[in-house]
Design a binder for this molecule. Structure first.
Ligand SMILES: [Cu+2]
Length: 66
């Protein structure tokens, strides 16, 4: 399981947007976003370039901070 920190999420709509962004990346599944912790966890079925994750999250309006 991979875990990333996401900043900028403030409500469940943000959680949905971040979840959708991660789910749209090929090789990522079982996405769970925790609003309170500001974290997302997921499984990688194939190695995913962290830059792609950063790009998708930033397109959704948030930032990967770790
Ligand atoms: Cu929101």
């Amino acid at each position: 399981m991979k875990k990333i920190k996401i900043s900028g999420m403030s409500c469940n709509h943000c959680v949905m947007a971040a979840t959708k962004a991660l789910n749209s990346i090929e090789g990522i599944r079982d996405v769970k976003v925790d609003l309170t912790a500001g974290e997302a966890t997921f499984e990688e079925t194939a190695p995913v370039d962290p830059e792609i994750i950063k790009k998708k999250i930033s397109e959704a309006g948030f930032d990967v901070v770790g």
